[in-house]
Design a protein around this ligand. Structure first.
Ligand code: THU
Length: 137
């Protein structure tokens, strides 16, 4: 089955329901699509010591990589303060860099969504210009 943008956003919204964010009350969900058509979701997971907190995007990509997947097509991200309307939630710099490790930044798409019908699509290279990747080392 072909997974379209709307479906990916729906999965990210469902993943957001699992967010563990008792400190920031900022709930994030992500869903990443592999080249072979598999989908991995993630939510943000906070920690009392703060710095061990993991973003939704990294949860999703780490789940995929640990399952043997390293080729990706696109990711959908949804996030916002608990109880408030969802606004666009651009990925943090660390997550952009982690995505960069595994994708062609000119082709990989980052979908920032408010809902299944209201969303914007960027390439990773738009969000991470002049990047440092595997070819630089
Ligand atoms: N967060 C994400 O999950 N993804 C992002 O790209 C931005 C930030 C999380 C981390 C933390 O749990 C909360 O949002 C507030 O920063």
């Amino acid at each position: 089955m072909k997974i379209g943008d709307k479906n990916l956003i729906k999965q990210a919204l469902e993943a957001r329901e699992k967010s563990y964010s008792p400190y920031s009350h900022f709930r994030v969900g992500a869903a990443i699509l592999t080249e072979d058509g598999k989908l991995y979701t993630g939510c943000n997971i906070e920690n009392a010591a703060f710095s061990p907190t993991n973003c939704a995007e990294r949860t999703a990509i780490f789940k995929a990589v640990s399952d043997g997947k390293q080729k990706f097509v696109k990711i959908a991200i949804v996030g916002g303060k608990e109880g408030e309307t969802i606004d666009y939630c651009p990925p943090c710099g660390v997550c952009r860099q982690v995505l960069r490790e595994f994708v062609n930044p000119q082709q990989f798409q980052v979908i920032l969504a408010k809902s299944e019908t209201e969303y914007k699509v960027y390439t990773l290279s738009q969000l991470l210009p002049e990047d440092f990747g595997p070819n630089n080392i």
